[in-house]
Design a protein around this ligand. Sequence first.
Ligand code: HEM
Ligand code: HEM
Length: 224
Amino acid sequence: MNTNPTSSNTTIIWDLPTRLFHWGLVAGITTCWISASWLDNAMTLHIWAGYFTLSLLLFRMMWGFVGSETARFSHFLRMPKHVISYASTLTLRQPSKHPGHNPLGGWSVIILLAASLFMAITGLFANDQVSTWGPLAHRVTDDLSDRITDWHRTGFDILTAVIGLHLTAIAFYRFYKQDNLILPMITGKSTAPSMRPMVRVGNLRALLMYVISTGIVAAVVLAG
Ligand code: HEM
Ligand code: HEM
């Protein structure tokens, strides 16, 4: 890891792998939703988009341990006292001076990841009673697969609510706190002048992690 925070990329707060993960996740979940709820006969697309989403989520979990500073769980998962103290400053109309997720946002990331992961895993055991079975649906009884399919449907309502909250929070930061969080998630660069730079690790490590997570998804599918 490059431990020199004053090196060239002084305003980068999100590394490329984290940004690619985020927008890939948005594309994956949106494709899953459209293919299952709006298109006819698009379950093959649904399943492939689901595998893609699962591979991204596995990658993100590994990146949370070995990725750049702001991607690490240890960086953004803070004790309740920090969360409460941050929450008490929420109404101040000023942008954050720290790179990465704030103490409240950190826990919302975990909820987003958990709800997305729940969808991707239950999908593996789901069936549509017609022509589509997740690769592991035959590994459990028909009754259990039907029950997991119900969880998959209810899980999507929960995920939709969590995403709604996520977008509301981003709009709150943009319009109330005058803090544009979206641009940094696209460019990687902070818009705040006083932002401290983060410590980064190389993209090759991310590529290796993604190859491993794709391998895990392939192994699960082939085992089904
Ligand atoms: C994050 C990833 C996923 C999301 C957001 C998602 C979302 C959805 C949604 C919205 C539905 C329609 C539910 C309804 O009918 O009301 C659905 C159905 C379904 N999904 Fe997924 N899904 C995901 C991953 C997967 C995966 C990985 C598989 C299998 C490999 C899968 C298999 C199925 C099946 C078989 C159904 C049909 C169940 C039914 O008849 O309602 N899904 N999914
Ligand atoms: C399917 C919908 C979405 C999901 C599941 C989702 C999920 C996530 C997750 C898991 C993170 C944490 C990133 C990380 O550390 O890896 C995140 C952060 C973020 N997302 Fe989303 N997101 C969604 C849609 C969007 C959209 C549409 C926007 C833009 C309008 C957006 C803007 C952001 C921003 C700005 C952050 C960084 C927040 C911060 O500065 O702490 N997201 N999102």
